[in-house]
Design a protein around this ligand. Structure first.
Ligand SMILES: C[S@@+](CC[C@H](N)C(=O)[O-])C[C@H]1O[C@@H](n2cnc3c(N)ncnc32)[C@H](O)[C@@H]1O
Length: 213
C-alpha cells in the first residue's frame, strides 16, 4: 500500500516509523511517503496559511497550497481516496480502518491552527475523518493514529494469530476482547481466574467467549 501524508512536520513521523508494526511493514507492504506543504507552496517564504475571511483568531490552511502539493506529487487530482483529518469529520472506527487498509493508495491531509479552508475538504479531499470528539492542535497525531491502525492490518505486520481476535474484530462480533493475565498467578491476593491455569483448552475457550464484552 502506498500511504502518503501531507503535513508541515514530516520529521515528526520519525518516531512512528521506528515502531512496530509500522517498521515491520515499511519498505514491504507499506510505502509511507511524507510530504511537506512548504516544499511546493506557490507562496513566498514557505507560507501555507492565512487569516480567516470574516475575521477571527487563528490561521487557515490555504486551498491553493494544498492543491499545489497534490499537483506536485500526483500531477493533478489523485485517483484515490484523500482523507482530510478534521474533528468535524465522521469518527474513525475499526471498520473504516479495515476499509482503508484494503486500499492500494491513500492520502492523508493534516492541518493546524484553525484548520482547512473548507474548499480543501469539499473539492480536494474525498472525505474528512475525525479520530474522536475532541480537538487536537494539529492533524499529525491523527495521521499517525491512522498510519498505525492501518499498518497493523497489512499482511505480515503482526505475528501469526495476534491480529484476528481483538477488540472490534468480526471474530468477536465487534465486541471487546476478553481479559488477559500473565505471571504471577497471584499478586497482593489478586488471583488469575483458575480456569486459565487449568490447561483445559475447551474450558478456557468457553471462559473467553463468556468474557467478550
Ligand atoms: C485546532 S484543530 C482545528 C479545529 C477547528 N477549528 C474546529 O473547531 O473544528 C487543527 C487541526 O488539527 C486536526 N485535528 C484536531 N483534532 C482532530 C480530531 N479529533 N480528528 C482529526 N483531526 C483533528 C485537524 O487537521 C484540524 O484541522
Amino acid at each position: 500500500m502506498q500511504l502518503d501524508v501531507f503535513t508541515l512536520v514530516p520529521h515528526a513521523f520519525a518516531w512512528l516509523t521506528e515502531q512496530r508494526p509500522v517498521s515491520t511493514v515499511l519498505g514491504g507492504e507499506l510505502d509511507l511517503r511524507l510530504f511537506s506543504y512548504r516544499d511546493s507552496t506557490p507562496l513566498r517564504n514557505g507560507q501555507v496559511d492565512d487569516e480567516p475571511y470574516g475575521g477571527g483568531a487563528g490561521m487557515v490552511l490555504r486551498v491553493d497550497v494544498v492543491a499545489a502539493a497534490l499537483d506536485a506529487v500526483y500531477g493533478g487530482a489523485p485517483g484515490h481516496r484523500v482523507v482530510a483529518l478534521s474533528p468535524q469529520g465522521p469518527q474513525l472506527t475499526q471498520q473504516i480502518v479495515e476499509e482503508l487498509a484494503s486500499e492500494e493508495r491513500l492520502t492523508l491531509l493534516s492541518a493546524r491552527f484553525e484548520g482547512f479552508d473548507e474548499r480543501i475538504v469539499e473539492h480536494l479531499a474525498s472525505e474528512a475523518l475525525s479520530i474522536g470528539p475532541y480537538v487536537l492542535s494539529n492533524g499529525d497525531l491523527p495521521a499517525m493514529v491512522l498510519v498505525d491502525a492501518i499498518a497493523r492490518r497489512l499482511p505480515g505486520a503482526l505475528s501469526e494469530g495476534s491480529g484476528e481476535i481483538e477488540s472490534f474484530s468480526a471474530e468477536l462480533s465487534g465486541g471487546l476482547e476478553y481479559p488477559h493475565y500473565t505471571r504471577p498467578a497471584e499478586f497482593r491476593g489478586w488471583q488469575v481466574p483458575d480456569v486459565l491455569l487449568s490447561g483445559d483448552h475447551a474450558r478456557i475457550e468457553g471462559w473467553r467467549k463468556e468474557h467478550v464484552r
